[in-house]
Write a protein of this length. Structure first.
Length: 237
């Protein structure tokens, strides 16, 4: 009887431990997926690419404050990745408590990275768009997700104010292979959501000319660019 009760207690303890470790593994898997998500999202409009640890490559025209914020975000991303990696190792070694602690530290660094990147995005957008007309926005220096949010805000504002068009300055970096893969669904979703027509390189190269009230128009230009990139051809229009 005593052995049976002891076995039951041991089994119950093992089941509880299994549930804790299972929950932790799910969380760590989510961390890994989030890291992949950040890597996919953190490509910049006209400002170079970022690595999986959000490497920012400064440009001469970037302000010192903007560059510093991107660098701080990059440092936090590297700390986050280190914590997540060590958390995975701790879990693999059966140390659930240490894995959980490291995972929480990774979350903390991830939050700080997002904070610095948001500050950088708001700053560069303000700098690039100060004094611009209401029907024009410049997305240089923004990551894809950041730029998508700014475009969405601008489109809603234009529709509300009754403007007939919006010029989106994205730069010729739009046509790099990595950019095309990520911008194509974003552009397509924008056109469907707002029922607008989008024309590339109007009025100047590196611009998208969005027209309201004209239907969605012909999007074959986007497919042509994608096909050229797939073939390895030059994609500058």
């Amino acid at each position: 009887m005593g052995n049976s009760q002891s076995f039951e207690r041991t089994a119950d303890k093992g089941l509880k431990l299994f549930k804790v470790l299972k929950k932790l593994q799910n969380e760590l898997d989510n961390n890994k997926n989030n890291d992949n998500y950040h890597h996919n999202q953190q490509q910049s409009y006209g400002g170079g690419n970022t690595s999986s640890s959000h490497q920012y490559h400064p440009h001469e025209e970037d302000s010192e404050d903007y560059s510093q914020l991107r660098e701080l975000a990059h440092q936090e991303a590297e700390k986050r990745n280190y914590c997540y990696q060590k958390s995975q190792e701790a879990y693999s070694n059966g140390d659930g408590a240490q894995a959980k602690q490291l995972s929480n530290q990774g979350h903390h660094h991830d939050d700080r990275m997002k904070k610095y990147n948001k500050q950088a995005a708001d700053l560069i957008f303000q700098e690039k768009n100060a004094g611009r007309p209401a029907d024009e926005i410049d997305l240089h220096g923004l990551f894809v997700k950041e730029a998508t949010e700014k475009v969405d805000e601008a489109l809603r504002r234009c529709q509300h104010s009754g403007q007939d068009h919006l010029i989106i300055i994205v730069g010729k970096g739009l046509h790099s292979p990595g950019q095309i893969a990520k911008l194509k669904p974003a552009i397509g979703e924008m056109i469907k959501k707002y029922n607008v027509r989008c024309t590339p390189d109007r009025p100047n190269p590196g611009c998208l000319y969005v027209e309201f009230g004209q239907g969605t128009g012909d999007l074959s230009w986007l497919d042509r660019i994608t096909d050229r990139v797939d073939r390895g051809d030059c994609a500058i229009m």
